[in-house]
Design a protein. Structure first.
Length: 152
């Protein structure tokens, strides 16, 4: 009987790891797609390891669309700020490393993430990102991404 109570308590209290998928627009003129792995920590905090690709298009668009690409990866710590009935607001920050058109860069990211949890355990996310990049010309990228978190 005690074993059943312990197992039931663990199943209720356990949070699961999640696959995150986001896409959106960043300023200036940038499309962005992100795929990541989120691991929950105590008290609603989390850590995410992610990779992203993007394209900073130039005008005229028809000739130069794919010339402003970049890719990077990073680690974000997500600090729990507010919990709502079916959602949560977190502040996210961490380092990034990547390349833009063959030139390597390092970056710092900070922003906010709002998650709304569905009954199935999947989450809708709205992420506001602020990137400061070092060692190349695309210094600032700011914008909004929408996506899903899928538990596994």
């Amino acid at each position: 009987m005690i074993l059943i109570c312990v197992l039931a308590t663990l199943n209720v209290a356990a949070q699961s790891d999640k696959l995150t998928v986001n896409a959106g627009f960043l300023f200036p003129s940038t499309l962005n797609a992100t795929v990541g792995y989120e691991h929950p920590l105590a008290y609603g905090h989390a850590v995410e390891l992610y990779g992203e690709v993007g394209n900073h298009w130039q005008k005229p668009t028809s000739e130069n669309f794919w010339k402003g690409y970049y890719w990077d990866g990073g680690l974000a710590y997500k600090h729990h700020l507010v919990r709502y009935k079916n959602g949560m607001l977190r502040m996210r920050f961490g380092p990034q490393f990547g390349a833009s058109q063959g030139a390597f860069f390092i970056a710092l990211e900070a922003g906010l993430e709002y998650s709304y949890v569905f009954r199935s355990g999947c989450e809708f996310t709205l992420t506001q990102k602020n990137n400061v990049n070092f060692l190349h010309g695309d210094t600032f990228r700011n914008g909004v991404l929408m996506g899903l978190k899928i538990p596994f």
